[in-house]
Design a protein around this ligand. Structure first.
Ligand SMILES: [Ca+2]
Length: 320
């Protein structure tokens, strides 16, 4: 009986990283390479908890591959549209300022934040410290990536004067309205309300400016098309569809392959051809340079399609 109780008492205590060999190396690295105080970093490791739910989440077998129609039905809904219009109205001045300064349309910024976190409703409930320590030290397939993100995180909290124990995010350590991982946060987050802090976790103004800044830094071209539907000839070349996300053909070349854009677009524009399964059958699309920029946020053509379609719906409804 006593033994059982003892075992239960031990197992109910969270496992922390203070004595983990990889965490010890990490402490050395932060001290040697970045001049951090050893006691501070060791204290964080002593406090960082191993979360089995995070390991379960990342190791989960890949979800059934969604079709474009299914993906669209998840992200482009009446609710996401209604909440998006609310977001756009509430932050209309900030969105207009971001659009003017960075050239990224208000509806694109809003759609990204909508798809990422339902306009800030689902920013994630894990401590970023726990998430990145768990994956950096206990998830071998990507330990290098996540321990690097943990390093970036500690640099970030120092720069922004956050409490490393407090910041929350997704199970993979992505933070705030736009779900920036620490390296993206350090490179692309900006202080857009001028209070001296780039706070994309709690401050929607900073978050809006930061998403716009990210897009501009990745090559967003103001006023250019994102994507267009295409009509295909009976002998269209299927081999060029759904290849690399980065546009590899000119529109003129894709026309040769049997893809005729339905929107007016320059023959010299670069594009990538897509064949997607929609709710009403197969759809063909050409993704242009700005489509590729959206995939720099999340490397998925369905993600970029969802952002684009939500943005178009928001633009339409917001002007009504
Ligand atoms: Ca700020």
């Amino acid at each position: 009986m006593f033994m059982v109780l003892l075992v239960m008492a031990i197992s109910s205590q969270a496992m922390t990283y203070g004595d983990h060999p990889a965490a010890k190396k990490f402490v050395d690295k932060m001290v040697d390479e970045h001049g951090f105080d050893r006691a501070y970093v060791q204290g964080l490791m002593n406090n960082a908890e191993r979360k089995q739910s995070i390991l379960d989440a990342i190791a989960r077998p890949a979800e059934k591959v969604l079709t474009w129609g299914e993906y669209r039905d998840i992200f482009v809904t009446d609710r996401s549209t209604r909440q998006g219009i609310e977001f756009m109205q509430e932050h209309s001045d900030t969105l207009a300022r971001a659009e003017k300064e960075f050239g990224v349309p208000a509806e694109i910024i809003s759609a990204v934040i909508g798809v990422e976190t339902r306009y800030g409703r689902n920013k994630g409930g894990y401590r970023v410290l726990d998430a990145l320590a768990t994956l950096g030290f206990d998830y071998e397939p990507r330990s290098q990536f996540f321990s690097k993100q943990l390093e970036e995180y500690l640099l970030l909290v120092k720069e922004q004067r956050f409490d490393a124990l407090q910041v929350k995010g997704s199970y993979a350590g992505a933070m705030g309205f736009g779900q920036f991982i620490p390296s993206s946060y350090r490179h692309y987050a900006i202080d857009f309300d001028g209070d001296g802090v780039a706070d994309i976790v709690n401050n929607p103004v900073d978050a809006i400016g930061s998403v716009a800044n990210y897009f501009r830094a990745h090559g967003w071209k103001p006023g250019e098309l994102v994507t267009t539907t295409a009509q295909v000839s009976s002998k269209y070349n299927l081999d060029v569809a759904n290849k690399k996300l980065k546009p590899a053909h000119t529109v003129a070349e894709l026309k040769q392959h049997g893809y005729q854009p339905t929107a007016l677009v320059s023959e010299e524009a670069m594009a990538t051809a897509m064949r997607l399964k929609g709710d009403k059958g197969v759809e063909f699309w050409l993704g242009l340079d700005n489509f590729y920029v959206i995939t720099r946020y999340n490397h998925s053509r369905l993600y970029a399609m969802a952002v684009y379609h939500l943005s178009e719906t928001l633009k339409q409804k917001n002007s009504m």
